[in-house]
Write a protein that binds this ligand. Sequence first.
Ligand SMILES: [Fe+2]
Length: 495
Amino acid sequence: MQKSLKRLLSIVLCFTLVFGIGTYSFADGEEEIPAKGDAEPFRISVSMNGDAASQRGFCWYTKTETDTKVEVLDKTGASVGKVTFTESQQWEGNYYHKATVSELKAGESYTFRVGNGTEWSEYGSFVTDDGDDSFSFIEIADVQATPLENFQKAALTVNAAFETLPEAEFIVNCGDFTNDSTNEEWDRYDYSFGKINANCTIVPVSGNHDGFGVENWFNNMFNLDTSESVQTKDGVNYSFDYGNAHIAVINTNDMMSITIPQLVWLKNDLNSTDKDWKLCFMHKSPYTLGKDGKWPDALYLSESLAKVFDMCDVDMVISGHDHMYLRTKPLKGNRVSEDGTTYVLSGTAGTKRYEVREFLAGMFLNTDFIDALTVQKNGYGNYWNGKDWNSTSEDNVGGCFNTVEIKGGTLTFNSYIRNDETGEVKNIDTYSVTKETGKNKATFSGDNTTSTFEYYLGLIPSFICLAIYAFGSWLPRFLIDVPYILYVYITQDTF
Ligand SMILES: [Fe+2]
């Protein structure tokens, strides 16, 4: 299909879902969500699953046990694709259903419905990758809501994202979909984001709030191909190609945030591609000025994962977790370098927003690394000018979303905030990089699967590495910072 026609269809589909979101009214509680019928599909998602040009993974829930069917239609209305049942199980009081549809055509728009063959969902839609070197996507993070109203405010931010980039071919959610990962919260998320999820392929990233003590919560919300990766129960690691890019999704909720088996998998995975662009998504941020930057996780990620990103020439890493927007200059070998990796801490699409922890500057994050910083909360510093923090304006108080557009050897990244009060969308940051294409070479081939035995075996050296780092690198910095942390806690009530 012609790219222009495909984009036109995408635009039509996006406006359809945007209009759908706009019809929701704010509500005070869960009583506004209509009860589901026994076999009525809900929490429907269509996710990236293996080959982005020919395959998608579907997941949905029903109240009671019933059959698992998917129907995919092409633009003529003909039923297409090979449907493979993946699994269906009782889970936390409901039943989840997973099926994969393969043998789809590249660069096509499809509609689909899920159900049991008798009772079906409404039709949703998605597009497949046409394989050329031009595509775009939306990225959000940290909706992390509990009340329905906050989920719906976040949905308005995503609504604005699709109005800003209607040709987006997929959406990345960098984790913390909910606050406590309860059935009630996932249902409010579904009620608010249902039309988005049913009309755009999602690339989900697991956040630390997406399970909260219950193994497999996140894993049972999406149908992802994790077959050739490190299998974990509190999130997933997976990768795929899209256009001229290779994309890896990393779970940072594992024990110690990241383990040696994950680092080995990631290194092999990133070395197995000759795609021009290498992008990584994860939840926790290695470079942050948010409240979680003082704990060992961030520093450990910057000391372990960044080495892999450096080694494998990763272009951009996007993460979340700290509810403010921060973009670094390109970094390599823990210094600014033109051919390094750009790290983006995605602002929150939700309503829970953090202020800058100034005590992190210098000791935990070299402020020379910062290229852009925006705090979404009024009255707090929103950028570092080399000696002082400046205050935010009301303009920056709202939900954040980001867009990435790749055209051949040029990647353009934009960050936006949708103002809470006015609904106005403001571009808060633009970053563009151009590189020579055709330079990357695949240096790894073969099986990159980590068995359960290998995974558990790898936890011992992982723990030793973390302990060495925690006592040798993190603790001394933390202890030096304690007086300042206490001072800020007493004078600003900020910890
Ligand atoms: Fe988080």
